[in-house]
Structure formats: C-alpha cells, structure tokens
Design a protein around this ligand. Structure first.
Ligand code: 5GP
Ligand code: MN
Length: 337
C-alpha cells in the first residue's frame, strides 16, 4: 500500500470514482464518504457512493445522502458502476469482508483501490494506496487531512464541513473519548471558521428519533441489562421479539451500549442484537480493557481499543452464555480500577 499522497497529482484528471464504506454505515462512515464525494465532484470526477447495506434514518439529512446507493437494493446497477470504476475509495473499514455481501464483487475488481481508515490492522495487501492511522479520531478527520494536505482546503464548503463534523463528533462520543485529540479540535476550529453550524448537526443526529425508540431504551435498561459486578462488566441482549415489538429500525440501537458505562466502576459494556443473519456484538470499555483483542479472539470481530464489534452464528442464548463464560478469563484485568 503506497502513501495516499501519491494520488494527489492525479486529482485534476476526472475519473469514474466509487466510494464505499462498511455495512450499516454510521455517521463517520457516511459523513467521511459524502465529504470525500463532494470534494472529488468539484474536480469533475463522476462519483457514486455505494453503501453495502441500508443505514440509519438519522443520517438522511447529510448533504448528498439521497443519492447514495444501497447495494442490497440496487445490486445490478451497483455492480455495473463498480465494474466501470477507475478508483475505488474504501472508507472507515480495514478489511473487505466488512462490506458484507459486496465483498466478492470488490475482491474481483481490478481498479485502483484506496483506503482511508483508522481501524487496527488494515488488510494492506488489498489496497494500492492508503492512509491508515489508528491514532486518528475518525475517518472524517482523515478525509479532512487529505483535503488539506492536497492543497485544496479552499474547497471545504458548508456541506463538507457538516459531514466531517458529524463523523468526528459521533466517533469521539461528542469529543469525550481519548481519541478526541488535539488535531480533531483544530479541525473543528477550522470548520467553524468556514461557517459550520455545529449545534444543528447535533440536533440532526441526536434529537430526531421517534417516541418508540426512547420507550425501547427504557425497556432495555429496566429489563434486559445484566450487571456482573464481580467483573465490572454489563450486558444488554436484544431479542428479535423486542425489536419487532418496538418497531426498531437500523440505527435505533446505536449508542445503547454506552449506557452501562455510566454506572460507577463498570469497565466493559457489551450489547448483542439478534439480527436475521447473525448475532451482532458491540463492545465498549473504559481505561485499559482492550475490546479489539477481546472481539477478535472470541467474537470474530475487531475495531478499536475501547470500541469494537463482532458477530456470531450461534443462537442468542448460546452467544450470551459464551460471553458470560469468557469474561471469567478477564476477571483480574476487569477488577483492576
Ligand atoms: P459498533 O459496536 O458501533 O458496531 O462498532 C464499534 C467499532 O468496531 C467500529 O469502529 C466498527 O467499525 C468496529 N467493528 C464493528 N463490528 C466489527 C466487526 O465485525 N469486525 C471488525 N473488524 N470491526 C468491527
Ligand atoms: Mn470511524
């Protein structure tokens, strides 16, 4: 994987470009993709953003989101566009399998593949060019770096600023996690100078849900959260029945995993959702508990040190039992405060 700077001289030659990201894109995945798309279009590139799956409705306000293709709903059209692409940008994921049903199609493409991502252990052999840095707050901050380093910061308009801010804000837990380093604050200062209305972005993302989601969260915290004080750990498990009863949609469960960490002493919070095709895990930790290694070792996943995800083909009950069993191995580590 060569440094991304090597493509900078080629930016002015219009190309067919596809930008893609991980399945069930979050605000960083979608924000970084749409910001990059807006930037590249200003050079005359023909740009399509393709998401491997659907996404949360609270992202629909993002400028350009309406034109994003959902691969699962537009397979033929998406494959045609992917086959014609000269450049493929892969944003906010480290390994092609994170694009779910798109993985095979992407693997077979011969076009130039470019990675921009902040996850641990990227699949470097797959990408021609890349910018991979785990110390970065968000992929959105990295897209900002690319724009600035390429010498085109004058192209950062309000739409780009909103998308980049949304990604950085959500990935840093509203700038509270360790990942909210000096450089992301400097980016925000620069975006503010360029006219960013940051409170509007917060409202668009956090104050735009339906009543049923709040009722659902209440139900989860009251009836579906288990606390294991001996391990300073907590677990929320969500059944299909609960999802149906409260009519939960993609994105409605986002953020729920963080609630148990607000309890004094809790170091590890886990959340598992019974999806049709798999059981999807989310892990969040405080301090020195390494969620990435934990998710990789036990739940076919990975991510960052304090935030990772995973999956299982077992039933909900089986995978929950496995979690309860494996945390015992971490008793010493979890007990240290
Ligand atoms: P979330 O719990 O919000 O789905 O994911 C937390 C973090 O872990 C995100 O950075 C996400 O990209 C990453 N992640 C989630 N699921 C997986 C997975 O199955 N494999 C890997 N490698 N990373 C994941
Ligand atoms: Mn991210």
């Amino acid at each position: 994987m060569k440094p991304i700077q090597e493509i900078f001289p080629l930016l002015r030659q219009p190309k067919k470009v596809v930008i893609t990201t991980h399945q069930k894109p979050d605000a960083d995945a979608m924000g970084s993709s749409l910001a990059l798309a807006n930037f590249l279009k200003q050079f005359g590139h023909s740009v399509t953003v393709i998401s491997p799956t659907n996404w949360a409705a609270f992202l629909n306000w993002m400028p350009g989101c309406k034109e994003v293709l959902d691969y699962e709903k537009t397979i033929d059209k998406s494959i045609k566009i992917l086959k014609e692409a000269e450049w493929l940008f892969c944003l906010d994921f480290n390994a092609l399998h994170r694009t779910k049903n798109m993985t095979n199609t992407l693997t077979q493409l011969n076009c130039v593949k470019i990675l921009i991502d902040h996850h641990i252990e990227p699949q470097v052999e797959v990408f021609d060019y890349g910018y991979s840095l785990t110390s970065k707050s968000s992929t959105s901050e990295m897209v900002y770096d690319v724009i600035v380093e390429s010498g085109h910061d004058d192209m950062i308009n309000e739409s780009i600023a909103e998308c980049l801010y949304a990604g950085a804000m959500t990935d840093t837990g509203s700038f509270r996690f360790n990942s909210a380093n000096e450089t992301v604050h400097l980016m925000v200062a620069d975006l503010k100078r360029r006219g960013l209305k940051h409170s509007q972005v917060h409202e668009n993302i956090y104050d735009n849900f339906l009543e049923n989601r709040l009722r659902f969260i209440g139900h989860m915290l009251l009836n579906r959260m288990e606390i294991f004080y001996e391990y300073n750990a907590a677990l929320i498990s969500i059944s299909k029945q609960d999802l149906l009863r409260y009519e939960m949609k993609t994105g409605d469960t986002e953020g729920l995993v963080n609630y148990p960490l607000t309890i004094q002493g809790i170091k590890l919070a886990a959340l598992v959702i019974d999806r049709d095709e798999e059981r999807k895990w989310s892990f969040r930790s405080k301090g020195d508990f390494d969620c990435n290694t934990f998710a990789r070792k036990h739940f076919e996943g990975g991510g960052h040190f304090n935030a990772a995800g995973g999956r299982s083909s077992d039933s909900l009950d089986q995978t929950v039992s496995k979690f309860k069993k494996v945390i015992k191995e971490y008793e010493n580590q979890l007990q240290q405060q």
